[in-house]
Design a protein around this ligand. Structure first.
Ligand SMILES: [Zn+2]
Length: 398
């Protein structure tokens, strides 16, 4: 038995279509408040920050209050040096969890549910909620050093649901008998696991492969030929410069339609062009190339395109709040005090707030990316009524 309160963890495709952006924002802020009030004070970093800035976390009712209360933004470099300080470690797990859930749901039903749990089930529940299950390492492309984020079991479960939605979003009617090849390196980083989830739910046959040093490119190419793989997920750079050149050299043949999904790193247009050109040599008529956006610090919150150029859909808005901001004055040091929210359509530096459970918790955190714009409102293609992020680039901070 598991108690999650009445608050949803992940919205379904139907809900992403039927709720409007304001309703989604209300749900996000309810989760933001519960996390800020109950979980942030149980991390070393934020409990210190609230004291230093004289902020009562109970007053953080919506994400705009982060600015209103005069709180700063945290740079990635600081987080990398102090990961432990951002992990939720409650003094009293039971009290913290109960108060967190009470803020998310109707108290009476919750109290009743707790009474029905025996001691062992309760201990299990608390362990499950607070205990990190796995580290996720980012590529470290920006800093040259991989940064871990700690994800909990409920968040890993959410990842399955989110990737199910992504698979639904990306699946195309003309694909029959889908055979998926995971071409991300195997290891504790988000991409391989996310693709594994998506393929388990979204393709007919998941070959469960891995690139990097796990499997040789020539063996992967041979498998693609034998099983007639038609859905590939990996880094565009690997696909363009290793996998496809090897496939051409080995003279394999693929099906008429293939889907390639990029992730982990921004796709360069020269790599995209190469993918389109080389796949033609394998007998492919239509190569659909879609892009993904994820940040390991956002955990299960992954953004997907529904068609090329559609913008990255925020399909898990109840996991993280993502906003763009303007830095008014950049000073040396670990924090930014002088900042303001920018209009979504104007874009700016990306800042995030984790609102879904424990593990590492980052609020007011500069992701290290900038966005050209965030578009609110219904996607004309897939009809999801959730935010879409356009023009992701790297944010250079001194
Ligand atoms: Zn769409």
């Amino acid at each position: 038995m598991s108690i999650n309160g009445n608050m949803k963890q992940v919205l379904s495709v139907q809900e992403l279509r039927s709720l409007n952006p304001m309703q989604i924002e209300r749900l996000q802020n309810a989760k933001f408040h519960a996390a800020a009030k109950n979980l942030l004070p149980q991390t070393k970093f934020y409990s210190g920050l609230f004291k230093e800035y004289g902020v009562d976390p109970a007053k953080l009712k919506k994400v705009e209050d982060w600015k209103k209360q005069g709180l700063p933004l945290v740079k990635k470099f600081y987080y990398m040096k102090h990961v432990e300080d951002f992990v939720v470690k409650p003094d009293d797990a039971f009290k913290t969890h109960l108060s967190y859930l009470r803020d998310l749901s109707t108290g009476a039903a919750l109290d009743l549910a707790f009474k029905m749990l025996d001691k062992q089930a309760l201990a299990h529940q608390l362990h499950y909620f607070f205990h990190p299950k796995m580290p996720l390492f980012s590529g470290g492309t920006q800093s040259g050093k991989p940064t871990p984020t700690l994800i909990t079991m409920p968040q890993l479960r959410n990842l399955d649901n989110v990737m199910g939605i992504a698979a639904q979003l990306m699946s195309q009617d003309y694909f029959k008998d889908t055979v998926g090849m995971n071409l991300f390196p195997y290891g504790p980083h988000l991409a391989w696991h996310a693709v594994q989830s998506a393929f388990n739910l979204g393709v007919d046959l998941n070959l469960a492969t891995a690139a990097g040093s796990a499997m040789k490119t020539k063996d992967l190419v041979e498998m693609a030929d034998k099983f007639k793989a038609n859905v590939f997920a990996g880094m565009a750079e690997y696909m363009a410069n290793r996998f496809l050149p090897m496939a051409v050299k080995k003279k394999i043949k693929l099906k008429k339609n293939i889907l390639f999904i990029n992730g982990s790193e921004p796709m360069l247009s020269k790599d995209k062009d190469k993918i389109l050109k080389l796949s033609k040599k394998l007998g492919v008529k239509n190569t659909l190339v879609l892009d993904f956006y994820g940040v390991s610090e956002m955990k299960e919150d992954i953004f997907a395109e529904c068609r090329p150029g559609s913008g990255f859909h925020h399909i898990a808005p109840l996991s993280t709040i993502v906003k763009t901001i303007r830095i008014n004055k950049l000073k040396k040091g670990d924090f930014i005090d002088d900042w303001s929210f920018s209009k979504p359509e104007d874009g700016g530096a990306a800042v995030m707030w984790n609102i879904n459970g424990a593990g590492t918790l980052l609020h007011g955190y500069l992701v290290g990316d900038k966005y050209k714009k965030i578009v609110k409102g219904r996607c004309p293609n897939c009809r999801l009524n959730t935010e879409r992020v356009y023009g992701v680039g790297r944010l250079e901070l001194k």
